[in-house]
Design a binder for this molecule. Structure first.
Ligand SMILES: [Zn+2]
Length: 531
């Protein structure tokens, strides 16, 4: 018994000896990886431009998913479609054995953000249509390039390990990643390398500084009546929506600074002379952590009850999205940061810089051009004195948070956009099918690929990541989903909008067989700036 245990130990050590490589060998392989990725720049540009031209809203990413999975399938990845019951979600898998590393990024776009790329002022491609006003067209192309380069090295070096790729579907709704977790999609995964477009090139460790969130739609029900002939017989569901909003806006003053809450009226009735029997309002409730998000949600429910009482209406509610505030793995972030330093920013051309300056002038924001300085790794922030009283001051959310509380995760922020736009805007789309995005994606892919290689060749990094996850990150905080057992992904969202615009958008899908770039296809001189 003891003898066989010793034998096992010995063979395990032999194995780790096999995969361990010298610093010189590692540097050579990473240089090889970078060279491979440079040679994939064309393939990368075609993917970035194609997904930009598809511009699909959350849960409706059908063209994008069909396109990306076809590429991966051709490269030998096995595709599982419709994961977690979400038609546009998928998991692509290649390789075998441990470790299992999963690369993800979001693929959906922003309503009414349609914008001609390469033009430094507002010109929609198609007025009112959705567009990549956050740059989510670049993340999966970046991951695919990184994965394909590492796959070649793994084949050549006969390295064991499994690479997975998956898209963030409906991220603008924070709509799917908690469902991926609930469906067990990351059960066998050792680490997640997530990526998000940015104007910076960095990664952070510890709490991401974002908020957690639940998004809830309240649907009120009243009585219809002739609004002039017999208004006393009506009970207006729209009145309830308005009173709920008034109540919420008064309460807002007495909430913590961390909270961010916002709403849109998704149904305000049909026409003024019919008392609305149905009306609904969709809220985002954001706060720093699970407990505070739950508190905010409870206050929202109370407002809805109050509004229903005042108007003699009733209401139901449904969850449309959720997100935990992210927490990122320090050991993996340190490894990735070292790789980011190795790669450095793209060598921006004068044309790229002029384009960035023109947009910054157009938007009247500080004229800083394009970023080119690597900053220090942001480590888990030390609590500031007075923090306890004021609490965190809040921000946006990303449902990568849910995954980060289940598997050691980092988010690579790669420099494929201009620091200028307000986010979720046409202004954040204009660089996303230009050389800025193309070069930023190549740089990002190198850092992502090198970190993927680190995780595959250094079992001690995976061990350190799990040690941090178990003994630091989740020591006092345990993940519990915001989802109630009956909650289901909001698959119907954005269908109507895409049905309206997609036929016309198809006319301007990128055709890489005929045109070198999307800018060329659109006949746009780069950069087009105001005279
Ligand atoms: Zn995003």
């Amino acid at each position: 018994m003891i003898k066989s245990f010793l034998l096992l130990l010995l063979s395990a050590c032999l194995l780790c000896g096999q995969t361990k490589m010298s610093p010189e060998r590692e540097a050579a392989i990473k240089a090889d990886l970078a060279g491979r990725i440079d040679r994939m720049a064309k393939q990368s540009q075609v993917m970035v431009d194609s997904v930009f031209s598809f511009a699909e809203l959350g849960f409706q990413e059908f063209e994008t998913s069909k396109y990306l999975t076809a590429i991966l399938e051709k490269e030998g990845f096995k595709i599982e479609r419709g994961i977690a019951g979400i038609p546009t979600a998928w998991m692509a898998t290649w390789g075998s054995g441990k470790p299992v590393i999963a690369l993800g990024s979001d693929i959906d776009c922003i309503p009414q953000a349609s914008q001609k790329p390469g033009v430094a002022y507002r010109v929609p491609m198609l007025d009112g249509a959705p567009g990549h006003g956050e740059g989510h067209n670049s993340g999966m192309p970046m991951n695919i390039v990184a994965a394909l380069a590492v796959k070649e090295i793994m084949e050549r070096e006969k390295l064991p390990g499994t690479i997975k790729l998956w898209p963030g579907v409906g991220e603008e709704q924070l709509g799917t990643k908690a469902y991926y977790v609930r469906a067990g999609v990351f059960k066998d995964v050792d680490a997640v390398l997530f990526a998000h477009v940015s104007s910076d090139f960095n990664v952070s460790a510890g709490p991401g500084g974002q908020n957690g969130m639940v998004s809830v739609e309240y649907q009120f029900k009243g009585e219809s009546a002739h609004a002039a002939g017999a208004p006393w017989r009506g009970r207006s569901a729209l009145d309830a929506v308005e009173l709920m909003n008034v109540g919420w806006n008064f309460r807002r003053e007495h909430l913590r600074l961390a909270q961010r809450s916002h709403y849109v009226i998704t149904n305000g009735g049909d026409q003024p002379n019919v008392v609305p029997q149905n009306a609904s309002v969709w809220y985002f409730f954001r706060e720093a952590d699970y407990e505070h998000v739950m508190d905010l949600w409870k206050i929202g429910d109370q407002m809805a009850q109050g509004a229903a009482l005042m108007t003699n209406t009733t209401f139901t509610s449904r969850v449309l999205g959720t997100a935990w505030a992210g927490h990122f793995s320090q050991p993996i972030a340190e490894a990735m940061h070292a790789n980011i330093k190795k790669v450095g920013y793209p060598a921006w051309s004068e044309t790229d810089k002029n384009f960035a300056v023109a947009l910054q002038k157009e938007l009247k924001v500080p004229v800083t051009g394009l970023n080119d300085q690597i900053t220090e790794l942001r480590l888990p922030a030390a609590r500031l004195p007075g923090d306890r009283e004021i609490g965190p001051t809040g921000g946006g959310s990303d449902d990568i948070g849910d995954i980060s509380w289940n598997v050691p995760t980092v988010t690579l922020r790669y420099p494929a956009n201009i620091q200028a736009g307000p986010g979720h805007s046409w202004a954040n789309a204009i660089a996303m099918a230009t050389p800025i995005a193309h070069q930023g994606v190549v740089a990002g892919a190198k850092a992502q690929a090198m970190t993927l290689l680190d995780l595959i060749t250094k079992p001690e990094l995976v061990t350190a990541a799990w040690d941090y996850f178990k003994n630091v990150q989740t020591k006092d905080t345990k993940y519990q989903t915001f989802l109630r057992p009956d909650d289901q992904p909001a698959l119907w969202l954005n269908k109507k909008i895409m049905d309206e615009y997609r036929p016309r958008m198809k006319e301007t899908y990128y055709n890489p067989d005929k045109f070198g770039t999307y800018l060329e296809q659109l006949g746009i001189a780069y950069p087009t700036v105001r005279k």
